[in-house]
Design a protein around this ligand. Sequence first.
Ligand code: NAP
Length: 436
Amino acid sequence: MRQIAIVGSGPAGYYTAEAAQKLWEDDVRVDIFDCLPVPYGLIRTGVAPDHQSIKGVSRRYEATSLSQNVRFIGNVMIGRDISIAELQDLYDAVVLATGAPNDKLPGLPGEEFPNVFGSAAFVGWYNGHPTFANLDPDLSGNTAVVIGNGNVALDVARILAKTREEFAGSDIVTHALESLDASKLEHIVILGRRGPHQIAMTPKELGELAHLERACPRVDPADLPEEGEDALLEPGQRKSVTHLRSFAAIPEAMRVDKPIDLDFDFFASPKAILGDGKVEAVEVERTKLENNRAVGTGETYTIPASLVVICIGYQTSPIEGVPFEENAGRFANDEGRILPGLYCVGWARRGPSGTIGTNRPDGFSVVEKIAEDIGSGAGKAGGDGFEKLAAQRGLNFVEFHDWQKIDEAEVQRAREGAPREKFVAVEEMIAAAGKD
Ligand code: NAP
């Protein structure tokens, strides 16, 4: 019997469990740990609340959890409640599927001002992540600057632009819905340090901006390269650029009914956040492309701003004793193997890139590495050993059936039309599971 511990219950963790089951069928036991009492990681707290169809993938992870040899163990923080070394003593293989929960920040002067947030915090706020539920951004000002040209910047800009009605059917948490409903924002500026051909936004998501009730996207036609150059792009990117071209062609007369401008500001690199104790503006340097890189031109200007959300990527949380690549913001690994017995998958392995589905082959490839290293297992104590340790330490861990109670309670207390109202405090989750 092989004993495997997976740390992190997001897509990368669940696909690894699925791969282990597929390879070893009944000859493996998998425990999936999470620091929260609720599973699914980024599916619950990262994927935008108005993208419910994407969240549907959690049904697949549920099926894995309900199988006999996989167990969800929530409310256990590795590094605080139990160390990596202890897990390694108990399990043949420990797989870190901890994602990349920390903001990468550019280190701009003024980044520390109130109402300047990284996207992990801001997305966590509207998605009800317990760490960020109390962020309480001030949306009473006129202009938000969203830094970055990836899908997260797009998510943040869209969420800031939507009306209450447009959140119907979403699981946005009520505190964020109320705050967004009272928002006074009239301008949302999306800053890209490079140009339209270099965006990291996918076409489907970009296309959604054309259908917002109260916001209209704006692209300066002068920023667009010659149309013929689009032929050089790969098809997905070409489609995205086609959306940008259609935004550039929207006549002014069609904007009058839309009180929010959603401006793409390309070739614009943030230099500083300006203000007197609070954010008042963003200083930006105009850039040009050289060998596909953004190079400053020396020309600067300021954009008045009352809110800044920095969406330029994420990094993994280091864990004591586990080799870490600071620059890349992920664990040091060779195709998922950190060292025999210790592995990483998903964003903890690759850094924060790719779609949810990208994690599936990742999970399968790491299980191949595990198979090379652990043979048929070394007779380790596995889950039984964990339970003994948990009892000695008084750990109040939850299992999948407890999550099902939390889930049911969230569904029951949902606003009309919403799939659920998430609990945003760990204590509330524990209480809903009846584990006080
Ligand atoms: P991302 O796709 O890597 O985009 C990061 C953006 O930040 C890029 O435009 C990058 O510009 C810019 N940037 C980086 N450093 C910067 C700096 N110092 N100053 C200004 N701009 C800077 O990251 P992400 O948006 O956080 O997304 C992470 C992953 O999740 C991606 O794979 C994304 O596709 C995925 N995701 C998918 C969805 C979806 O499918 N609906 C939703 C959300 C996220 P450069 O290109 O110039 O470096």
